[in-house]
Ligand binder design. Sequence first.
Ligand code: BGC
Length: 409
Amino acid sequence: MRYGLLTAAFAASVAFTTASHATELEVTHWWTSGGEAAGVAEFARAFEEAGHTWIDGAIAGGGPTARSVFVSRLLGGDPMGATQFNHGRQAEELVEAGLFRDLTEIAEEDGWRDIVNPPSLLDGCTLDGRIYCAPINIHSWQWLWLSNQAFEDAGVDVPTNWDEFVEAAPALREAGKVPLALGSQSWQAAGLFQVLMVGLGGPDVFNQVYGDKDAEFSAGEEVARVFAAADDAREMSRGSNAVEWQQATNLVISGDAGGQIMGDWAQGDFQAAGLVAGDDYSCLPGLGVHDVIATGGDAFYFPVLDDAEKSDAQLELARIMLSPETQVAFNLKKGSLPVRGDVDLEAANDCMKKGLEILAAGNTVPAVEQVLSQDTVTQINDLMTEFFNSEMTAEDAQAQFATIISQAD
Ligand code: BGC
């Protein structure tokens, strides 16, 4: 996508009034699905309305693939103008290496500490008291998305919680559906597992495992129940035949699968496909068991550049991304929640409203990438890929998981 070409004529006619320096900035991210592309187009539009040119650097293949491209470009001396990461610890080493700009000054001028909600989002951008990224949304993983059509075809009620979903699985199979759609990339299996942990176990269990990194507890009975559910999920996901998350989401959109456990970015795709929350699909935050969401999400980092004009444009982009108008336009399309509590989300759909209510009630946990190092996250991802693609017993998987937690940093 090159939004610059689309709007070049218009930008040229207003360049004198909207900005003194029209600057090209390459912005890298991993947003390539229908809902994601609709969201990023809102950022591009707002940046171009300010008289600049957005050079779109979308990388296909999902977050881990894209992040390895970003890292090798940054370490190889080929920085982009701005880049997405999940806020938290993902970009910690790059910040420590001095590759990203310190945004503290504009964050203070614009009062980010007062407007960003919850404050943990800004903490995820902060190292030694300095702010290195602009948080732009809250994305939560803790959702079960259900196709109303698939359940109708199978002659069973749309489930209201995880146990009912598991009970409905044989009827879905009978009707030729995959009960639980799951893509084959490792982060998806691990994400699903982590949702079982907090959805079924509850926030205390989640915090004791991931926050306290309590290995003994991770090897115990309460976590064993989560592994038993992962065993059910493995069985229910057989035959998904999807690689990327959006391929699995498409199975739910078409009614070929009963449901998918996936982050709330999936609803950007339901929306882009013209489906209506409540009518065509249902959503169960916290798997209908514990109403809880994690407050992870996306943030933009701005590499240090030896170019005064681009450096100015970087700060302008950070401000645009956090402006009330852009926050509303972007998040409504993307399916995420805004990082500002002071914006009007009247237009939010039913599922998004549920997320906003849970957030307002303070029923939140940190995202896994906020509390674990990237290395530990990768070890859990690898274990879950192996578990979901083999006959490994739930007991063996739990023992290996507890060992990872015992060494986690
Ligand atoms: C990001 C989302 C994105 C999702 C799938 C997550 O890590 O936070 O913005 O939609 O990956 O690509």
